[in-house]
Design a protein around this ligand. Structure first.
Ligand code: S5P
Length: 255
């Protein structure tokens, strides 16, 4: 079992390296899913919860008053509080199209998002396309190997093929969105959404596991928590609870 520090030393992709380093030095494996729809709310989360997290996960296209200043502020906060930005874009088109979606349009994701992610349904061309844009900028890509939602088709052969695509693109693919650790390679980071302090779900198919189960039993690395934190009466207090639970589970695992 490698520690986050050992993994930081082993990995070559600069974003993977930086992520493991942040996790080790800040002692946090918590990523916040900041699924809010205004600039003010997103910046508030980044400002208030920044010290607790290793990753701020955004869905930039749900922000109603998006502007270039939001990106400047997010980058400033990422520097100040030492976290990475992960735009959860879930690219899913052919290589040529995702290149434009990653670099152009109004969001210019590749210019500010350290990490993004992609479905593998189109085949490896999607990784090639994103890599042409992202690798020169030192970015990292996560592949959706599994999903947290009920009835997901990301299982079995689909998941197996996804792992192969990752292994063939180790320079740019830094890991997976997955419910559990799937490969032994310490340079792949496993991030798991669908996390709350109590197991359960929502009315639209989301399924929740606890931080302890995700990190210790399922051997994942990063817990991604959204509503469990930002819908709480006191998000900061709640974030600290998740941070503590995630870190404790990690420490028990590496003992
Ligand atoms: O399989 C997945 C993959 C992702 S990235 N299931 C997910 O829920 N997500 C994302 O994680 C989802 O888009 C959302 O931003 C977050 C979960 O939010 P929560 O409020 O249910 O914790």
């Amino acid at each position: 079992m490698f520690t986050y520090q050992q993994r930081a030393d082993l990995c070559t992709n600069p974003t993977a390296k930086k992520l493991f380093k942040i996790m080790e030095t800040k002692q946090t494996n918590l990523a916040i899913a900041a699924d809010v729809v205004t600039k003010e709310k997103l910046l508030k989360i980044a400002e208030e919860l920044g010290p607790e997290i290793c990753v701020l996960k955004t869905h930039i296209d749900i922000i109603e008053d998006f502007d270039a200043d939001l990106i400047i502020q997010l980058q400033r906060l990422a520097e100040e509080h030492n976290f990475l930005i992960f735009e959860d874009r879930k690219f899913a088109d052919i290589g040529n199209t995702v290149k434009y979606q990653y670099q152009n349009g109004i969001y210019n994701i590749a210019d500010w998002s350290h990490i993004t992610n992609a479905h593998t349904v189109p085949g490896p061309g999607i990784i090639q396309g994103l890599k042409e844009i992202g690798l020169p900028k030192g970015r990292g890509l996560l592949l959706l190997a599994e999903m947290s939602s009920k009835g997901t088709l990301a299982k079995g052969t689909y998941t197996e093929e996804t792992l192969k695509m990752a292994e063939e693109n180790k320079d740019f693919v830094i890991g997976f969105i997955t419910m559990k650790k799937l490969l032994d390679n310490p340079c792949f980071v496993n991030m798991t959404p669908g996390v709350q302090l109590a197991q359960g779900g929502d009315t639209l198919g989301q399924q929740y596991n606890t931080p302890e189960k995700v990190i210790k039993k399922n051997n994942s690395d990063v817990i991604i928590v959204g509503r469990g934190i930002y819908e709480a009466e006191n998000p900061l207090t709640e974030a600290k609870k998740y941070r503590e639970a995630g870190w404790q589970a990690y420490q028990e695992k590496i003992k």
